[in-house]
Design a protein. Structure first.
Length: 132
């Protein structure tokens, strides 16, 4: 139930990020609008992914789904944080990494990517254990 709730909360946060996305369209900065679009859509997709993965993994690996869901959930929330910070600052991980805000965005994206890789690795281990 916890991961379903976290998925719904993340989806809701992503939906709310549509507000700054829409407002940024009026301000005339295509780069900032793009940052908010990414934050809005990727956070919604992250929430939907958590919901779908929770339902699937609960059926495939009852009692063990948390092994995959912990790092996936961590990754989804880290990406949410990084994308939201990008929208707020108007900078992305590809900007000058000597800037403090860009450095935080960059390393948060890296941490999220590592958590995603760990989740996939653990999923593969569970699948290999299932086939025995």
């Amino acid at each position: 139930q916890t991961y379903l709730l976290l998925g719904v909360l993340l989806f809701s946060a992503g939906t709310l990020l549509g507000i700054p996305h829409g407002l940024s369209k009026r301000r005339g900065s295509p780069a900032v609008t793009e940052l908010w679009r990414v934050a809005h859509l990727s956070t919604c997709l992250g929430g939907i992914s958590l919901i779908a993965l929770t339902l699937a993994l609960e059926r495939l690996f009852p009692g063990q789904e948390y092994l995959v869901m912990m790092p996936f959930t961590t990754a989804a929330y880290l990406f949410f944080g990084a994308c939201t910070l990008s929208g707020l600052t108007g900078r992305s991980w590809g900007n000058d990494r000597t800037m403090p805000s860009v450095r935080v965005i960059y390393w948060t994206q890296i941490a999220a990517s590592v958590a995603s890789i760990i989740a996939v690795f653990l999923f593969i281990i569970l699948v290999l254990g299932l086939s025995r």
